[in-house]
Design a protein around this ligand. Structure first.
Ligand code: SF4
Length: 254
């Protein structure tokens, strides 16, 4: 990539709802970057008019009117089954379930697992920032060993609370043939957009469940300055949660 080439387009995606900007996320939050990658992927695939966006509770709900597409907001981990229902009733639509690590790996983990096992033809985008952001920074399923949160003031002790959930690895192990599974990061938006685009294309081709986890930033609850925020993401998080594609389905001859 040329040094002068932008990471993503310098303008807002066509599929963003412009009247709702600036957005409601904290300064330095990673959600806006994930949504920018998603917006550009929708633009490039030309699917704005047939995309349905569902977001969960928690900070991810602040995305409810971020995109200029038909949207729905659900409670506490229920975005996945709602999007499954919409997709089953309207197979021609492209459904995106957007959630945090708490929604997808804790209170909604059964939906994540069952949708993956059933190979539901939806796309899940899960934002991993290692804590419950909206409620003040409590320990989440993805909190790293030793990481301090509001509920682990001396650092997470895996002997007491278990080890962090590695979601894409779990889903790659249980999903049937046809599933697409990847983990990206807001530290590499071009790559993250590529993964999201492949996940949407996989759904559109009717191959199977498509899942992308995005490593993201929460400087408010990490209580970090800009330098330490990126150092945590690119250092400790990326080390524990390796970025890359875990399942890429074989494409049938068209
Ligand atoms: S609390 Fe964290 S995840 Fe939530 S909007 Fe603020 S920075 Fe983003």
């Amino acid at each position: 990539m040329s040094a002068t080439q932008p990471i993503l387009q310098p303008r807002m995606p066509k599929s963003w709802y412009k009247a709702n900007k600036p957005h409601l996320f904290c300064p330095g939050c990673g959600h806006g970057m994930v949504l920018k990658a998603l917006g550009e992927a929708i633009d490039e695939l030309g699917i704005q008019s047939k995309t349905i966006f569902g977001c969960d509770i928690g900070c991810s709900l602040l995305a409810w009117n971020f995109l200029d597409v038909d949207s729905t907001q659900t409670h506490h981990g229920r975005t996945t089954p709602v999007m499954v229902g919409i997709k089953r009733a309207n197979p021609e639509l492209v459904t995106v379930a957007y959630m945090g690590d708490g929604g997808g790996y804790a209170i909604g983990s059964q939906h994540t697992v069952n949708a993956a096992i059933r190979n539901e033809k939806i796309t899940v985008i899960l934002v991993n920032n290692t804590n419950y952001g909206m409620t003040g920074g409590q320990m989440a399923p993805t909190t790293l060993p030793g990481q301090r949160t509001e509920t682990t003031p001396y650092g997470r002790d895996p002997e007491e609370t278990g080890y962090p959930t590695r979601g894409p690895e779990m889903i790659a192990a249980i999903a049937p043939e046809g599933a697409y599974v990847a983990r990206g990061t807001v530290a590499n938006l071009r790559q993250l957009k590529g993964y999201i685009k492949k996940a949407l294309e996989n759904q559109m081709a009717g191959r199977g469940f498509s899942f992308v986890e995005a490593l993201s930033l929460c400087p408010t609850n990490w209580r970090t300055n800009a330098k330490d925020t990126w150092a945590f993401l690119e250092g400790k998080m990326a080390q524990y949660f390796p970025v890359g594609e875990l399942r890429v389905p074989k494409q049938k001859e068209e």
